[in-house]
Write a protein that binds this ligand. Sequence first.
Ligand code: GLY
Length: 420
Amino acid sequence: MRVLVIGSGAREHALLLALRRDPEVGELFSAPGNAGTARIAEQHPVNVVDGADVTALARKLDVDLVVIGPEVPLVLGVADAVRAAGIACFGPSAAAARIEGSKAFAKEVMAAAGVRTAHSEIVDTPALLDAALDRFGPHWVVKDDGLAAGKGVVVTRDWDVARVHAASLLEDGHPVLLESYLDGPEVSLFCLVDGTTVVPLLPAQDAKRVGDGDIGPNTGGMGAYAPLPWVPEALVRQLVEETVKPVAAELVRRGCGFSGLLYAGFALGAEGPAVVEFNCRFGDPETQAVLALLRTPLAGLLHATATGTLTEDCRLEWAGGAAVTVVLAAENYPGKPRIGDVLTGTDADGVLHAGTELRADGAVVSAGGRVLSVVGTGVDLAAAREDAYRRLAQVHLPGGHHRSDIAARAVAGEITIPGA
Ligand code: GLY
């Protein structure tokens, strides 16, 4: 099989590594990729948000499957363009990708599917903002209604902080979604979805705040681990049956059935599981941990999903043990990151590149906020955590920073589901 992966993050690097392990995969292509993916796949430039450009590249490379990693091309209909050219594509249509692209649409679908989620209001007029904020609290959750790479979310106990964020979104012309706060530990559950067929992967948890102890602003994700020792298998089955399947069925009912990876983010609070968000693609950085443990050949799964032949009785095989991924970020991330710094130690196994590029002199330099992820594995979470931080210690980025507590609370047995 000839496979083209679209995107340039550590998630795409993880997808390429997992595809490389699949004996059915012959040629592997990455576009536009980064300095790390160039080492394992033939790299091509592409405008990822231009359906015609992606399709032309897929045709030129004569691929059997296109895998679209990031949400923006999906929301803009790039998968539709590729499929219209008769090429199998892993990734939902623009209509189905609204589950991530419009939080208002996601809320509507969840309400129709009878799925529990936060109470919310959309505010699109500055004059209505203060009164709307007064209807929420004592925790305010303020989100950009559109795509914001995880950084459009502010969760705060401070009315003024909530107001400043909401007002700045409105000033930039973005409607604001105010939500009631959902308590409880969060779970990211990735499911392969083909219409009403749902196949869950291992549950994972990511760390969204920039600093240790979940302090500081939200980021695209600073680390993750899988599986979750505090989530029993029966609970995963419940989340699939009571949430993911009804939502997949509701999308089919609306004529926009989902085909690809549906990412359900849950908060497991005292009143039971509630959906924090749905995303229309593999999550980053959870994918780096989840795919490190997958033993079922990935290309077959993605191709089956893309061609409508996925079945729920396909039993996924997983390596025993656990995986932990830690993100190395550039100085000043999640603000405007410093770029152009020379990295060392990035050729090692377990180093997945994201914001990196190869300079003309052969040096690997930083080119984005989240620069790379390291992935460690082990017989259990403690061993995987140790392995990840040992690998991270071999990488150097001037001004780089990372969290030092990824998976630490889970290893210490400090995460429990309220009421369980
Ligand atoms: N880990 C958060 C995301 O992928 O959106």
